[in-house]
Design a protein around this ligand. Structure first.
Ligand code: FPP
Length: 258
């Protein structure tokens, strides 16, 4: 078999190597703190340190896109002091780390709903994107005030509006066009989704984009995440066979969903 046939996966196992896009559900800050009789805030503060380590490691390991679920649309239902803590940590993160991210050639992208955010938070997110827009290294996608169903509904509304105004035919609404209407329009789909803390669910994160992602669920709590844990997740991914709905090597009949 030629290399190009292998790259196309024709008749061969499409073995995953380094994922181009890794998305992480950073879970377990509260439990990390509770185990140590510390306030939840301390768990979140240590969570930001883990986030910083992970961004550095991802760049070093040749990952092109790293998406981090930093604040979900549903996180507003937490007690106000905790929401304020998370907003404060985001502000501090941008203020303290933006210069270093920029110097490291990291391009920051924000996905999620901007409307309704505190003006200072919205301003800092815009500043991070604007400053780093032309960078060519790791793309750090921060999912903030993000919910996948909200994102898909917003895309459907925009397409419906285009149809209502006669700019688009209903028959032209394809998966590709819907993808191009999401916040992630120019970002490739995640190859690997990691969730820490032992929970095994997506929690309204990249529901559309993760259609063919591999999932790795880790028992460790997010503040304990580091380069070695990321490397272990990448090693597990590298051993997975991705089929994208096709057949595994050597199989000639259907009966799997890939
Ligand atoms: C989950 O822990 C974590 C989050 C709420 C999101 C991730 C937040 C951070 C890493 C810190 C904030 C950083 C920024 C940049 C906003 P949990 O509280 O759900 O943990 P638990 O399930 O153990 O209670």
């Amino acid at each position: 078999m030629t290399m190009s046939e292998m790259m196309e996966g024709r008749g061969a196992k499409l073995l995953a190597r380094t994922p181009r896009h890794v998305a992480i559900i950073m879970d377990g800050n509260g439990r990390w703190a509770a185990k140590r009789m510390l306030p939840r805030f301390e768990g979140h503060r240590r969570g930001v340190e883990a986030l910083r380590r992970t961004v550095r490691a991802a760049g070093d390991l040749g990952i092109a896109y790293l998406t981090l679920y930093s604040f979900s649309s549903e996180n507003w239902s937490r007690p106000k002091p905790e929401v304020d803590d998370l907003m404060g940590l985001l502000k501090r993160f941008v203020r303290n780390d933006l210069a270093e991210l920029h110097a490291g050639n990291v391009r920051v992208r924000i996905i999620g709903e901007r409307e309704g955010l505190d003006a200072e938070v919205a301003g800092l997110l815009a500043e991070a994107e604007d400053l780093t827009r032309a960078n060519t290294g790791l793309t750090l996608v921060v999912a903030f005030n993000y919910g996948s169903r909200q994102e898909i509904a917003a895309a459907a509304r925009r397409l419906a509006q285009a149809v209502a105004e006669g700019r688009l035919q209903a028959a032209e609404i394809t998966p590709e066009r819907l993808s191009a209407s999401l916040d992630t329009a120019d970002i490739p789909d995640p190859d690997l989704v990691i969730r820490t803390s032992g929970e095994q669910r997506l929690s309204n994160f990249l529901l559309w984009q993760a259609a063919y992602a591999e999932f790795v669920f880790l028992p460790i709590l997010w503040p304990d995440f580091d380069r070695s844990v990321l490397e272990a997740a990448l090693a597990e991914y590298a051993g997975r066979e991705r089929r994208f709905g096709g057949l595994e090597a050597g199989r000639t009949r259907q009966g799997t969903h890939g």
